[in-house]
Design a protein around this ligand. Structure first.
Ligand code: BGC
Length: 472
């Protein structure tokens, strides 16, 4: 990286706090007049991903689940394997029943590439029919489907060709998106091409805790660039083949990415902490969010890697900004670390079961920040691992209040998807974290679902929006 550019990045990071100041929450009963605060047709739903709930899969993650890190530590906590998961592949009717009970009018789920295209060029029409039947059944139940095409997993045949380290994956995924959109387009308008490019880059290629387990920021930057290129190609393909307006709003498609946004809070006022927090923010948050406006991929880790490239089709490739928001990180510079910092939560802050800070004000901050870019926003994920089930009601309430506050201040926020409908396979953390509004008994043969206390909170929000939860 040249000195002038570094100085520019550094100067921007030092002089501008990218996050607007937090709001004071709880000052008013923000849930009382939801219909006046939120747009008509606001989507209230839950989100899941195929590998985490369907069961019976065979892909790069199932391979990873059986392995161990070079030091002998298993890749997955307690040596858990995804296995039968929630068996949602066979239980969608039951799951739709749970959504009706919540009063939800939307559901975000992903289709599994390894199931639909088990070998290169093959196509499992039965599985495709089943996904189409899901989308139709959701629609018939008054639940708008949002379909994610890529949520972390790759078919083995893609992974063995190098996965996201191979440029070919861009075209393979675009071809897959074309087939999916052709098949499901009659029932689906809302598409999410890729879930969390920054998380894939960080966890698979910097921290090495997701497959393929590498720790190389240079590779991570190129992976993220490839994912954005794939998004651009997928968007073109979907727009071309999905010409059916399934929800009657005059548009056949609305396409975006589910972008994981974190608050990177400098741990102190020292210029180095602020510089590193700013650079991390640019890499993790800003590169994806600015891409559809600049048409460029701009990624930089000073002295390590720089990607600055115009990408055909990227400009205008988001119809909405999807935001996955969970937490805030406090950033202490450590230039020996591959991530240039150590991230932590101060001892006096509330945390969830995985030790992540509970920071609802952060949702308001990110909505204000990304709402200002001019695209409609969906909160495509927000949730909490909470085994007791007792913390989730206030978590949901406070985060929804933050959303309402941002909407009242003019942010065009069109929907909220809670992560998650069910407890599920939480990647490297296995089955211990419990994210579900409905608890799943993984030991029972029927993967029994039972409500957690936050179901009532969700129903309260649904009623506030004029939706009608069904009796359980
Ligand atoms: C991912 C989900 C995951 C959730 C909770 C998100 O980053 O999209 O797959 O389960 O966070 O960690």
């Amino acid at each position: 990286m040249n000195i002038a550019r570094l100085a520019r990045l550094g100067y921007a990071a030092l002089t501008r706090d990218p996050h607007p100041p937090p709001c004071v929450l709880g000052a008013e009963d923000a849930l009382s007049s939801l219909r006046s605060a939120l747009p008509a047709g606001f989507l209230l739903g839950t989100a899941t991903a195929s590998h985490q709930i369907e069961g019976g899969l065979d892909n790069d993650w199932t391979d990873w689940e059986r392995g161990a890190h070079p030091g002998g530590e298993p890749h997955i906590k307690d040596r858990a394997v995804s296995g039968a998961a929630c068996d949602s592949w066979s239980r969608i009717d039951e799951d739709i029943g749970l959504m009706r009970r919540l009063g939800a009018n939307a559901y975000r789920f992903s289709v599994e590439w390894s199931r639909l295209e088990p070998t290169e060029g093959a196509w499992n029409e039965d599985a495709a029919d089943r996904y189409l039947a899901w989308a139709n059944a959701l629609r018939a139940a008054g639940i708008e489907p949002m379909v994610t095409i890529h949520h972390f997993t790759l078919p083995r045949w893609v992974a063995t060709q190098g996965g996201w380290m191979n440029d070919r994956t861009i075209e393979l995924l675009a071809a897959f998106a074309r087939r999916v959109a052709k098949k499901l387009g009659s029932a689906v308008d809302l598409w999410c091409t890729i879930n969390e490019p920054s998380v894939v880059a960080a966890l698979s290629y910097v921290k090495g805790i997701f497959p393929p387990g590498l720790e190389d920021p240079r590779i991570a930057a190129h992976v993220m660039a490839r994912m954005l290129k794939a998004h651009a190609r997928m968007t073109e393909a979907i727009r071309e083949v999905d010409t059916t307006d399934a929800d009657g709003d005059g548009r056949a498609t609305r396409i975006g990415i589910a972008h994981h946004v974190r608050i990177f809070q400098p741990a102190t006022r020292s210029p180095l902490d602020r510089l590193v927090a700013g650079l991390t923010d640019r890499f993790f948050n800003e590169a994806v969010a600015s891409a559809p406006f600049t048409g460029r991929i701009e990624l930089a880790i000073p002295g390590v890697v720089e990607v600055d490239e115009a990408v055909p089709g990227l400009l205008g490739s988001f119809d909405y900004m999807g935001i996955n928001y969970y937490t805030r990180d406090h950033v202490k510079a450590d230039l020996r670390d591959p991530a240039l910092s150590k991230q932590f939560v101060p001892a006096d802050r509330p945390v969830n079961d995985l030790g992540w800070e509970i920071y609802p004000e952060g949702l308001y901050q990110v909505l204000k920040r990304y709402g200002a870019l001019g695209l409609p926003v969906y909160v495509t994920e927000n949730g909490i691992p909470d085994k007791s089930g007792d913390v989730r009601p206030s978590f949901l309430r406070s985060h929804f209040e933050a959303l309402v506050r941002a909407a009242r201040e003019g942010v065009d926020v069109r929907g909220y998807f809670h992560w998650s409908l069910l407890d599920n396979f939480e990647w490297a953390e296995g089955y211990e974290p419990r994210f579900g509004l409905f608890r799943v008994d993984f030991d029972s043969p029927d993967k029994r679902r039972s409500p957690t206390p936050a179901v009532e909170t969700f129903q309260e929000i649904a009623r506030g929006l004029g939706l009608e939860p069904e009796a359980g």
